[in-house]
Ligand binder design. Structure first.
Ligand SMILES: *Cc1c(COP(=O)(O)O)cnc(C)c1O
Length: 386
C-alpha cells in the first residue's frame, strides 16, 4: 500500500496555504493505468482541467498519456508540456474562433463537436486554412451517472453534446461539409462516478449507436468514452489508487469494439485527486456556544469543492496525535459557505498546527481565486521537498 507521506519538517518554513503533490502517488496511479490498458487498443487522455501544475503535467506526459482539453489555454498548456498534437483532443460547448484556429494550426487529433453551428464554424475556419479538421460528435447518451447534479453531464436536460434525436440530421450535415472529417463519436456522462453501472449503461448505448452508424454506412475509427471515474475521498490512505481494474474491465467486457477501432478515455480526477493535498495552518481555535471552530488560513479561494459541490475532503492534523475532538473546520473568507467540514473528529488542535486537506489534487489548485484579494496558493512536489 502506498500512502501520501508528508515531509512535515520541510513544511515548517513554507508559508501556508500551499498545495503539496506526492509525485510517487501520481506515478503509481499512472503505472496502474498503463498495466490495465496494456495490449488493448485503448488510449488514455489526461483531462487537463483537473490540474495543470507543470510538474504534475510533466509526470503525466512522461507516462505517455495524451491530453483532453476544454479551452485554447489548455490546448496550449498540453502542447507546451510536450504532449504531441496527435494525442490532443479538444471538447467544449463554446469553442471560440481563436481556440478552434489554435487547434487547426497545430493539427490536433480531434475536435469533439457539441452542436451543428459549431460544426459549421469549424468547417469554415478549416477551409480558410486549406485544412481538414478531424471531428468526433459528442453525443448525449441520456445515461444517468448517479452523481451530484452539478457534475452530471450526460442527460438530455444538460447543455452538453448532441441529443440522440438530432443525430441523423447531424450526420447528414457532416457528410455535406468539405473541410471536416468525421472520425468518431464521443461521450462524457459525468464525474466522480464510483458505481460502475453507469459506465456499463454507456457501453450498451454505444453498442446500439455503432449498429446504427454501420446501418448507415458510416465507419467510425474512434470511440471516446470520456472520463468520470471517481476516487475515494473518505479513505485516501487506504484507497490511494482508483478502481482502474474494475473500470477498464467494464469496457473490455461490455463494449463491442469493431476491428481497427480505438477506444479513447479522458480521465481527470482519478489520475490526480489522491496525489494532492492542500496544506494549511491553524490560525485560531475558537470556542462557540455549542461547538469548537478550527479556523484555517486556507479557505474556499484555495479549495472550492466543499462550497461549490458540497464535497467532502478528509482533514488531517499533521502536528497532533492527541485524542480526537469534534470541530467545524472553516476558512477565513467572509462568506458563510467557507466551511470545509462540520462536526468533524480530529486530533486535538491548537494554533499553528499543520493541517492537510486530502484528495485535493483534482479541481483544487486550478480553481483557486483571489477573492478577498487573497494570494493564489503556491505548489510544491515531493520531488523538490525530499
Ligand atoms: C471534465 C471532463 C473530463 C474529465 O472528467 P473527470 O471526472 O475528471 O475524469 C473528461 N472529458 C470531458 C469532455 C470533460 O469535460
Amino acid at each position: 500500500m502506498i500512502k501520501a507521506k508528508y515531509p512535515v519538517n520541510r513544511f515548517s518554513d513554507i508559508p501556508t496555504p500551499f498545495y503539496y503533490y506526492d509525485l510517487d502517488v501520481l506515478r503509481t496511479s499512472l503505472a496502474e493505468i498503463k498495466r490495465q490498458i496494456e495490449g488493448q487498443p485503448f488510449v488514455v487522455h489526461y483531462a487537463l482541467k483537473a490540474n495543470v501544475n507543470p510538474e504534475v503535467l510533466k509526470t503525466i506526459k512522461e507516462a505517455g498519456l495524451g491530453a483532453d482539453c476544454v479551452s485554447g489555454g489548455e490546448v496550449q498548456a498540453a502542447l507546451d508540456a510536450g504532449i504531441v498534437p496527435a494525442k490532443v483532443v479538444f471538447a467544449g460547448v463554446g469553442k471560440a474562433d481563436w481556440e478552434i484556429n489554435l487547434g487547426l494550426d497545430n493539427d490536433i487529433f480531434c475536435f469533439n463537436v457539441e452542436s451543428i453551428p459549431e460544426l459549421e464554424v469549424i468547417d469554415e475556419l478549416a477551409r480558410a486554412k486549406g485544412k481538414t479538421a478531424k471531428v468526433a460528435l459528442r453525443i448525449n447518451p441520456n445515461v444517468s451517472a448517479n452523481t451530484h447534479h452539478y457534475i452530471t453531464t450526460g442527460l438530455n436536460e444538460n447543455k452538453f453534446g448532441i441529443n440522440l434525436t438530432e443525430l441523423d440530421k447531424v450526420t447528414q450535415i457532416v457528410k455535406g461539409l468539405q473541410n471536416v472529417k468525421l472520425i468518431g463519436i464521443h461521450f462524457h456522462i459525468g464525474s466522480q462516478i464510483t458505481d460502475m453501472s453507469p459506465f456499463q449503461d454507456l457501453c450498451v448505448r454505444i453498442n446500439e449507436l455503432q449498429d446504427h452508424f454501420e446501418a448507415n454506412d458510416i465507419a467510425l475509427k474512434n470511440i471516446n468514452v470520456g472520463g468520470g471515474l471517481g476516487v475515494n475521498y473518505e479513505h485516501p490512505n487506504h484507497f490511494p489508487i482508483p478502481e482502474y481494474e474494475a473500470y477498464f474491465k467494464i469496457f473490455r467486457e461490455h463494449l463491442s469494439l469493431r476491428p481497427g477501432q480505438t477506444l479513447h478515455f479522458e480521465l481527470g480526477r482519478s489520475i490526480v485527486a489522491q496525489c494532492g493535498s492542500l496544506i494549511s495552518r491553524v490560525l485560531y481555535v475558537k470556542e462557540g456556544t455549542s461547538k469548537k471552530f478550527v479556523i484555517l488560513d486556507a479557505g474556499f479561494t484555495d479549495l472550492i469543492r466543499p462550497a461549490l459541490y458540497q464535497a467532502y475532503h478528509r482533514v488531517e492534523n499533521l502536528s497532533s496525535d492527541l485524542k480526537e475532538e469534534a470541530y467545524d473546520v472553516v476558512g477565513p473568507i467572509c462568506e458563510s459557505s467557507d466551511v470545509f467540514v462540520k462536526d468533524y473528529r480530529m486530533n486535538q488542535t491548537k494554533r499553528g498546527d499543520i493541517i492537510a486537506l486530502r484528495s485535493a489534487g483534482a479541481y483544487g489548485e486550478i480553481m483557486a481565486s483571489q477573492y478577498n484579494l487573497r494570494k493564489l496558493p503556491k505548489a510544491y512536489t515531493s520531488d523538490e521537498l525530499k
